[in-house]
Ligand binder design. Structure first.
Ligand code: GTP
Ligand code: MG
Length: 214
């Protein structure tokens, strides 16, 4: 599997601003500061998404378009969008701001099906993301906000994977204990990953290829 191209497309504020051209979407969801933008950068080996030590930086749904060559499914090029959604559980502006971020995410997930002109005619489009990557911090396996988000995501008709981020920060013992606790809390086994060390990124690409490649 080889990355051919990765580029920033747009910062969307409303559902209408999100490209719906039939290319699969992979949405990154998680608490502020969990490592969404860092994961995108690590996966695309480029400084695509802005990362920050200050939480709450991604205020909009940022869309990135990626072209990959090969992988599970054989040779050939395939495309996807990564949607870096605003983090939950933090906001500089207090409760009202949390609500604002939640609305953006909900608009992204619940946008009504639309029709878009394409060369060769119009096509009905699948609007919901093909795959949701739910990022949770491997150091904090029992957060209520993560459980709430997992419940909300479970109610959507979409494939999801739980990613345990910053796994490089855990000792061997903590790692086993926290991964077990995460699975218990969220009802879903978590894939351990690290944007810092690169652990788990190949497995994640394989998962994405299997679930989105057509
Ligand atoms: P928002 O956009 O605010 O929602 O945050 P985010 O989820 O995009 O987090 P971001 O990628 O900006 O990372 C937050 C902080 O965690 C930064 O200081 C990163 O360097 C750090 N970080 C992210 N991933 C890892 C990782 O795998 N290992 C370590 N050690 N640090 C990480
Ligand atoms: Mg971010």
């Amino acid at each position: 599997m080889k990355l051919v191209e990765a580029r920033f497309v747009t910062s969307a504020t409303t559902a209408e601003g999100i490209p719906r051209d039939g290319i699969p979407h992979v949405a990154l969801v998680g608490r502020s500061n969990v490592g969404k933008s860092s994961l995108l950068n690590a996966m695309t080996r480029a400084a695509l998404a802005r990362t920050s030590a200050a939480a709450g930086k991604t205020r909009l749904a940022n869309l990135y378009r990626v072209t990959v060559e090969g992988g599970p499914g054989g040779p050939g090029r395939w495309d996807l969008y990564f949607a870096d959604l605003p983090g939950y559980g933090y906001a500089r502006g207090g409760a009202a701001s949390v609500e604002e971020l939640r609305k953006i995410a909900e608009a992204y997930f619940a946008a009504p099906a639309g029709r878009v002109s394409r060369p060769g005619g119009e096509a009905d489009l699948k609007v919901r993301p093909t795959l949701v990557l739910h990022l949770v911090d491997s150091r904090h396996p029992s957060l209520e906000s993560d459980r709430d988000a997992a419940d909300w995501l479970a109610g959507l008709d979409v494939e999801r994977a739980v990613l345990a981020t910053k796994i490089d920060k855990l000792s061997r013992g903590e790692r086993v204990k926290n991964l077990r606790e995460l699975e218990r809390q969220l009802g879903h086994a978590a894939l351990p990953i690290s944007a810092a060390s690169g652990e788990g990124l190949d497995d994640l690409w394989t998962l994405i290829a299997k679930l989105t490649r057509r």
